[in-house]
Design a protein around this ligand. Structure first.
Ligand SMILES: O=C(O)/C=C/C(=O)CC(=O)CC(=O)O
Ligand SMILES: [Ca+2]
Ligand SMILES: [Mg+2]
Length: 406
């Protein structure tokens, strides 16, 4: 579902769309329209050749911040009051209603990393999964923990999510068994997408965010908690998360989000030198997690509001994640995707996963019509929406949606 207020002239997020014949082209979301950028290049209304005949945004992202800024300024002119009659005609010919084109993956994801940067999420999962111990690992306040995920299974919003099967072992069982996950969960996250990248052996400093990060999408890191609990020691998540990761179609640029860049939460102790940026890089983005069961959908009920949270509270920011992931000289490349980690607070109703929200099923959600949920059932649809709002200024992300199938 598109909310045209998400995509005003100050936003202009980029994506890839395809027509019914399957031809993909880059596009910008503007109010209730999708404007075909390939058509605008061919009409000579814009001069960014990396967008011509492109089926992903990778080449454009690799062009870097001068090209990003120039395209944004040009689009603001073309869509604004001062466009000439000829420019208006070109825009009108390139514009389609959202429903007429289908969102595709905006980038070809080469590498996908998922961080663990919400202290509240890490603490709560520690309490749930490792009761009695110290909830936070001893490295947490020193190092932005993450794991390398599976880029080939990052999927666009609305892709159905097949319930994964895997190996699980109940606490009191003598041996593991293999079967469909019974504890399928969501993880409400955002993901940032890399620009030009670095040479092998050349770390990126924390201050170089604007040169190396194009922008953000919404991300759902689907997680099978029962598979995870048995497999993750000592190497971390593997098949419990690699079956699918969903992202929203429209990449919102850091430039559009600049008015929402805010102070970071306090950190004690101070991070190591390479993790310090000279400016704050937290962003004030409010996020909602909603759930619609099949029965609710059949009755025409609105989705149930599970949680509301905000990106601004994350312990580790994009600046630190960028510096850390390249600190050993590893490269990042255009279109690489970096999940923030599950975005959670401690207050009830601020958790970005069901395992936290229901405290591993102890406090199931009471849904309209008498249903309850601890984890996802077949036919359930999880929706993440996000937006940055101040007064009349609204920079929306749209939504990332996925329905569980057997
Ligand atoms: O704390 C744990 O044992 C497990 C944590 C996760 O599953 C979270 C993960 O994927 C990283 C994140 O989203 O924060
Ligand atoms: Ca995750
Ligand atoms: Mg995943």
């Amino acid at each position: 579902m598109i909310d045209p207020r998400d995509f005003g002239i100050d936003n202009l997020p980029l994506g890839i769309v395809a027509d019914d014949a399957g031809r993909a082209r880059p596009a910008v979301a503007y109010r209730d329209l999708v404007v075909d950028l390939d058509a605008l290049v061919h009409a000579r209304a814009i001069d960014e050749q990396s967008l011509a005949d492109a089926s992903s945004l990778n080449a454009f992202l690799g062009r870097g911040p001068a090209a990003w800024t120039a395209l944004r300024a040009r689009l603001q002119h073309l869509l604004g009051e001062r466009a000439s009659a000829e420019e208006r005609r070109a825009v009108a010919a390139a514009s389609h209603p959202h429903g007429a084109l289908h969102a595709r993956m905006p980038v070809q994801v080469g590498d996908y990393v998922d961080f663990y940067s919400s202290l509240e999420h890490a603490t709560s999962l520690g309490r749930i999964l490792r009761p009695g111990g110290e909830p936070l690992p001893p490295n947490y306040r020193h190092i932005p923990i993450g794991y390398h995920g599976r880029s080939g299974t990052v999927v666009i919003s609305e892709t159905p999510i097949r319930r994964p099967a895997g190996q699980t072992k109940a606490g009191d069982a003598a041996a593991p068994e293999f079967g469909p996950s019974q504890m399928l969960d969501v993880e409400l996250e955002m993901g940032w997408i890399a620009g030009p990248g670095n040479a092998l052996g050349a770390p990126i400093p924390a201050d170089a965010v604007r040169e190396h990060v194009y922008g953000y999408v919404l991300l759902n890191d689907w997680s099978a908690r029962d598979i995870q609990g048995w497999e993750y020691q000592p190497l971390g998540p593997f098949l419990s998360k690699s079956f699918a990761t969903s992202i929203s179609p429209w990449i919102v640029s850091l430039e559009a989000l600049e008015p929402f860049r805010v102070a970071e939460p306090p950190r004690e102790p101070e991070p190591l030198r390479y993790l310090r940026a000279s400016q704050p890089f937290a962003y004030d983005v409010e996020l909602d997690l909603l759930l619609l069961t099949r029965a609710m959908a059949e009755r025409g009920d609105p989705p149930f509001h599970v949680s509301r949270t905000n990106l601004r509270g994350m312990y580790w920011t994009v600046a630190q994640q960028l510096a850390h992931v390249t600190a050993n000289g590893a490269t990042i490349r255009p279109g690489d995707l970096f999940g923030t980690g599950t975005i959670s607070g401690f207050e009830p109703g601020t958790q970005g996963s069901l395992i936290e929200r229901t405290w591993r099923g102890r406090d199931p959600l009471a849904l309209p019509g008498g249903e309850t949920r601890a984890f996802l059932e077949n036919g359930d649809t999880a929706i993440v929406r996000g937006r940055a709002v101040r007064g009349d200024l609204r920079i929306g992300f749209g939504e990332v949606v996925g329905t569980i199938v057997a």
